[in-house]
Design a protein around this ligand. Sequence first.
Ligand SMILES: [Zn+2]
Length: 452
Amino acid sequence: MTATRWLAEYAWLPDHAEPTPDVLIETADGRITTVAPLTGGRPTAGVEVLGDAVRLPGLTLPGLANAHSHAFHRALRGRTHAGRGDFWTWRDGMYAVAQRLDPDSYLALARAAYAEMALAGVTCVGEFHYLHHGPNGTPYDDPNAMSAALVEAAAQAGIRITLLDTCYLTATVDGAPLAGPQRRFGDGDALRWAERVGAFRPENDHARVGAAIHSVRAVPVEQLATVANLADRAGVPLHVHLSEQPAENDACRAVHGCTPTRLLADHGVLGRHTTAVHATHPTSADVALLGESGTGVCLCPTTERDLADGLGPARRMVEAGSPLSLGSDSHAVVDLFEEARAVELDERLRTRRRGHFTAVDLLTAATTGGHAALGWADAGRLAVGDRADLVTVRLDTARTAGVPPVGAFFAATAADVSSVVVDGRQVVRDGVHLTVDVPTELRDAIAAVSGA
Ligand SMILES: [Zn+2]
């Protein structure tokens, strides 16, 4: 077993209100084996010298989890801002990219997108994956070829992945069939979805498979329980887009006479292993249902602002009992620091008051909250036994100089991440990805599918 010793100038340890200076962290076989704060530069716990330790100047955090991603949306960044429009007109552009992808081009695009995430300190991604089949919905020879491409992309980018294989069967709440580009998303019914997902068993231990219901638009009410039961029996996370748009609530009320949250609750979808993504427009009763059931909420603030979705009641949902996680979703921005501070700053805009979430609340959402939502209970803390994820943020850049370490979530950006270690392996050093030329690969992969 090869051990590596790291000396963090500051490290944010579990249950600490602020970072601790001079912490020696030892890792071996992908796990943290020692966490020893030093006093006056010397070990307090009998750990000898530090000559061989890799210095990590700045603030070292646990691994950040990006709990909601659609990798191919990265190709849309900066291309959807002409004219007016809304979520639905943006979706047409997204479908145009979806139409052009195949397993090879998706591998290239996702590898570049995940490598950008690694540069931003993301050590684990939750990929909400619905682009399953070939053009016109014809399955590939390997019906999980697209899933395999995403798992391989994460391996090549050096991060972990929870592939949230998404059941997507209909176009509208009242059951209109999938049409056009959407036909690539569909498996016919939930049983056939389950059969395909059950046949996908990635062998690398950087990957796990979870389940997702695209939304109440996409899974008929009588099939919701099939998906929920499969996730429950397998003990895997279940994610669902929920009330991102008022139109989804209106359609659900018109067809089913209740809100999407109520519908999910009545069909066994909510619970501690479930994460509701967005939850931007819940009613007060919905907030209570989510909280009482322990359902998590994944906020994606930069996407929600980009798509003009609205502001979810983050503070009320936490008070009701929902743990928070964060996602970059459409990748209009890939920066978990920005997502995290938006949780607090958006609440300030709504209430015209400050101080709704502490720095530790934001850290928790970005680390343990996200990892738990993705089924990795042993990641997201700088603690002995946890996965050896170390994300170091410089405190001497133009953005962070003079900022106290506790203020990092209100000052740092993804560009300030200098070193990233995932499962004990260094993926980013001096702000550079060690195996992927991220800007070049992004440019080429996007050119190949953008149709421009
Ligand atoms: Zn999404």
